[in-house]
Design a protein around this ligand. Structure first.
Ligand code: HEC
Ligand code: HEC
Length: 143
């Protein structure tokens, strides 16, 4: 009997929390961001995913000393202890991963030990993608 009562109490508690009877606040909240304005009560389909050029196809460089553009997604973690980019681009792994090893200018010795200035790869290298969603305007010019 005690068990039944406990279960019943639990059921009431859960039903109470489900929010079915709670007053719904329909006031839209306007959010302004670089992506434009939106109301957080709006329901819309997810943005289309960007498509990246194929792996193995380097993108032509536009000017000398340009950090080459990244032809793949760039969300590999770069933290103090771990650099996801080096899983493929470090000198000892690049050949096996069919990736270009980091430039000699990024290293300090003959083993390819990374120079501290070149640790945060995405500070200079940016990914290129065919984005289906509108991007933030960019006025960068090489001239
Ligand atoms: C899973 C393996 C892998 C990881 C992880 C990876 N890459 Fe790559 N990357 C490749 C491959 C394969 C290519 C295409 C071959 C090439 O051009 O190096 C490439 C190409 C590139 C290029 C173009 C090189 C050129 O000469 O045009 C850059 C720059 C680059 N990656 C930077 C990065 C950065 C920065 C990260 C981390 C955010 C990263 N990669 C993580 C595999 C990887
Ligand atoms: C301070 C800016 C900067 C940072 C940070 C940086 N790079 Fe570069 N990277 C460059 C420039 C500029 C070049 C082209 C000139 C050269 O080869 O030195 C280059 C060239 C490259 C190349 C092409 C090498 C070749 O032989 O064609 C790869 C691959 C690369 N970087 C990967 C990386 C990875 C991975 C990281 C992070 C571990 C990184 N870079 C960090 C600026 C940077």
């Amino acid at each position: 009997m005690k068990r039944v009562l406990t279960l019943a109490a639990l059921f009431v508690a859960i039903a109470g929390c489900s929010g079915q009877n709670a007053p719904v606040n329909n006031e839209p909240v306007n959010v302004q961001s670089l992506a434009g304005s939106a109301q957080i009560t709006d329901v819309r389909p997810a943005d289309a995913l960007p498509t990246y050029p194929k792996r193995g196809t380097a993108i032509e460089r536009n000017y000398s000393e340009q950090p080459p553009l990244i032809p793949h997604k760039d969300d590999y973690a770069i933290t103090l202890n771990k650099n996801g980019c080096l899983n493929c681009h470090s000198w000892d792994k690049a050949e096996r991963m069919k990736a270009t090893p980091v430039a000699k200018s990024h290293t300090v010795d003959a083993k390819g030990t990374l120079n501290g200035h070149n640790y945060f790869c995405t500070q200079c290298h940016v990914a290129q993608a065919d984005n289906k969603t509108e991007l933030v305007e960019n006025t960068f010019s090489t001239k």
